[in-house]
Design a protein around this ligand. Sequence first.
Ligand code: ASP
Length: 591
Amino acid sequence: MIRSHQAGVLRSADVGTEVVLAGWVARRRDHGGVTFIDLRDASGIVQVVCRDIAQAQALRSEWCVLVRGAVAARTEGNVNPALATGDVEVVASTIEVLSSSDPVPFPIDGADEIDSGVDETLRWRHRYLDLRRTGPAKALRTRAAAVSIMRRVMEAHGFLDIETPYLTRSTPEGARDFLVPVRLQPGHWYALPQSPQLFKQLLMVAGLERYYQIARCFRDEDFRADRTAEFSQLDIEMSFLDEEDIFVLTEELFAALWRELLGIELPTPFARMTYAEAMRRYGSDKPDLRCDLELVDLTELMAGTEFRVFQAEHVGAVVVPGGAAYSRRELDEWQEWAKARGGKGIAWLLIPADGEPKGSITRLEPERLEALPAAAGAKAGDAILFAAGPRRTTLEMLGALRLAVARQQGLLRDDEWRFLWIVDAPMFEPTEDGGWTAVHHPFTAPAVEWQDRFQDDPEHALARAYDVVGNGMELGGGSIRIHRAEMQQRVFDVIGLTREEAQSKFGFLLEAFRYGPPPHGGIAFGLERLTGKLAGTDVIREVMAFPKASSGGDPLTGAPTPITAQQRKEAGIDVAVIEEPLGTKTVSKDA
Ligand code: ASP
């Protein structure tokens, strides 16, 4: 080793020790012939004092240097309690420049929070500088520590860490696939896995019983703040289980993470709520329980009304405590907010402490208007904000309104951790062309009472699927799987997959299911979402070493890039494939 100590570990007990340190110049100050350097390495910062070292004045920020010297106590007035090493400093005897640095594109010193306001693209482009900052580096350390705890818990329960292929066939998680051309078989393509779903099920058929993997997943989706094209999951599958096994394991895992990384005891078991109840009370399948506001359902009260606005499948509201004080401008802002989300708008009623209620719905029948405050549970001084329309979209709009109101009124308790399970989710949801698609994925088993009849009533059929939600974010989801080919086929029928298509896409799974598959199920946690929460951020890119920009693309390497004509030819991209019967293909050379 070229150094004797790490900079950040020096303490009073080291006074008098000769040390060799190596690191970066975080800051340099000249004080009448004496130069002070804050020397930073991965462990932290220590102050280095350079007297009569002419060269010290030439040092600049982010130069990489080797310092020889002795640890000394700082004089009383110079102790710096903000620094772990603040009781001591290193009096340098020599300084050697290991490498110099150009001026850096954004400040590194002093910006310890994760997001220092520097433009995201600039940060990712120079991520190797961004990670010299304490905050961003700490987020990656938290991720690493979390992964280590996960592995320990999984191994303690006998789970095997098994890798599954990246170059494979499409797995149906509802996104588009990233495709990889195959030089040796022109016109044929691999898909990168959207998740290891089918492989982990095959490992259950294989009798391994307990699998886990920190798995990379690839999904070609539109860009969003909490999505990126590639991300990781803690992916789990087990045999001979029921929902309880997954719940208990998850709760143990989360409790260990929160205890060891944040010193917080999470109450377990987590609350459980059906999907229907979550939608009804919170307008969301991932309700944030840090706020007590609940949605109000006024559909029944408005049944048969002459008032056009409320002639709808669903009429609901959010009561804003203290909202009677809203100004006209604030109410207009809610209108704009609703329209920006694609809604029709928001009706409102203010209930002042004295005087008549005022609002945009005063043409409602008098007896209904009068009944409203009590029906909505609103008190004098409150406002009621209404939305009406098709049930699902209206509930979702009200759910978003609830959160926006909670934030505006300071009703979200930021210091709380609220976890819950969402169970009894629907099996299917309608597609735009009038068919059905699986809500979770098509390998999810129906609820026991729907086993024999989900195909007759896809709209209401429930699945043995579960999501774990923390502070309003879906942190993981999974299901008990179908393990019988016959039932699997009926699900494919509902989602409109013909026998031939099913055979061509998932024939290998159906075939495996002919050889005594065990009952099995699992779950996958979004690793960045989970570790981001632990690191104190909802921005998943902050816990990725080299993230892509939210506008897409990798600002660091410049990927994706065009390819050359030669690469294109070699990859066989333009070779046309003539589809013959499904699954067998002929390559045409003249395309
Ligand atoms: N493969 C699923 C997903 O990626 C998780 C699971 O069902 O275990 O969401």
